[in-house]
Write a protein that binds this ligand. Structure first.
Ligand SMILES: NC(=O)c1ccc[n+]([C@@H]2O[C@H](COP(=O)([O-])OP(=O)(O)OC[C@H]3O[C@@H](n4cnc5c(N)ncnc54)[C@H](O)[C@@H]3O)[C@@H](O)[C@H]2O)c1
Length: 334
């Protein structure tokens, strides 16, 4: 098969290498000359995946027309660049199945990224999501994800192309649930990082993960997701890995804030932090549908309105007592 990966960051490189080791013809594209030149010279991203050599057989290029007649085209850019990347694909003769691996929403429209892609091109769209750090996938650490699509055959084709003893994929057709799990877990990871930066403990992180999952599921169900999706790889699985791992940029960003760094400086230090942008968008989405999301609301106030992190935690701990089992769908008026 011919597999093209758009975006030569950590995740793009790791996926390109997984496809290459399954015997596919692989092309890795970036719009940035400097990035491509560095990868061509050293066959390594010293900043993102130090010590991981990219095989010579992967064609690294800035020439997008070379992806023509791909069987699978993967979008592995930051979420902010997904629409412009989909627009570029309009001029390509046959992209094959388009797989989105970016996690987030579109800022202006609050659309899910698969909706953004389908607005621009008519190819079948698959979302690949779940607990997966590029640093581990590139080193062939066993990893399990979901390939989610309304088109079962497209999801199966992606699964067949990527499956190996290191990479296991499950089908799923709940696009809303899978995409929301992937986008919103980054917010909870920022919150977990803040608590770790403050020197709080395992109890706090575990509480954030479980109550954070309840909030994510609440918004997801309000938007039409299946509740059980949030207990799966793209929900709980991804939430655990992002909130507990040293590889997560979202967690690292939060940690720096917890240690007292300003928001702008922390963003500068870490690079792409999807959770920062997702916080504002999730806050707006929750207001729109009337879903109660106390953790995400407080994250928004900390990141965008200078609320002190200790005040945010105090507020969350002293909220009115609730039954843990109460229905997922609780409107703001309840
Ligand atoms: N890193 C991971 O382990 C991981 C795992 C799963 C999902 N993801 C998701 O995948 C996406 C990419 O993550 P990453 O860590 O590789 O990010 P990154 O910032 O390391 O790299 C993104 C790459 O996208 C390309 N790019 C950047 N701006 C672009 C633009 N305007 N137009 C076209 N291409 C552009 C560049 O080649 C850049 O290197 C994110 O949404 C992230 O949440 C990452």
């Amino acid at each position: 098969m011919k597999i093209s990966v758009l975006g030569s960051g950590g995740w793009g490189i790791a996926l390109a290498m997984s496809a290459e080791s399954n015997g596919h013809q692989v092309l890795l594209w970036s719009p940035f000359e400097s990035e491509v030149n560095e990868l061509l010279v050293s066959r390594e991203s010293k900043k993102l995946l130090k010590g991981v050599k990219i095989p010579e057989s992967i064609n690294i290029t800035t020439n997008l027309s070379l992806i023509e007649n791909s069987d699978i085209t993967i979008i592995a850019t930051p979420s902010i660049a997904v629409r412009e990347t989909a627009v570029r694909l309009k001029n390509i003769k046959s992209t094959g199945i388009v797989v989105n691996v970016a996690k987030g929403f579109e800022a202006e429209s609050l659309k899910r990224l698969s909706e953004v892609i389908s607005n621009e091109i008519s190819a079948p769209v698959v979302v690949m999501s779940g607990p997966s750090h590029a640093e581990e996938v590139a080193r062939k650490v066993p990893t399990s994800l979901v390939a989610c699509s309304k088109d079962y055959d497209a999801a199966r084709a992606v699964i067949d192309a990527f499956s190996s003893e290191f990479f296991r994929l499950y089908t799923n057709d709940d696009m809303v649930g899978v995409e929301l799990g992937g986008a919103l877990k980054n917010i909870i990871a920022v919150a977990a990082g803040i608590c770790d930066g403050l020197g709080l403990g395992d109890n706090t992180r575990a509480a954030l993960i479980t109550r954070g999952l309840t909030e994510i599921a609440r918004l997801g169900v309000a938007l039409g997701a299946k509740e059980r999706t949030f207990a799966g790889l793209s929900g709980l699985g991804d939430l655990i890995v992002t909130c507990t791992s040293r590889h997560s940029r979202n967690h690292r960003f939060g940690e720096l804030i917890g240690q007292g760094l300003g928001i702008k400086d922390a963003l500068q230090e870490v690079g792409t932090v999807e959770g920062y942008y997702a916080t504002e968008l999730a806050y707006k989405l929750a207001l729109k549908v009337g879903a109660e999301m106390p953790i995400i609301s407080k994250c928004y106030e900390v990141l965008y309105q200078n609320l002190d992190v200790k005040e945010a935690i105090k507020y969350l701990m002293l909220r009115p007592i609730r039954d843990e089992q109460e229905s997922l769908w609780i409107s703001k008026q309840d």
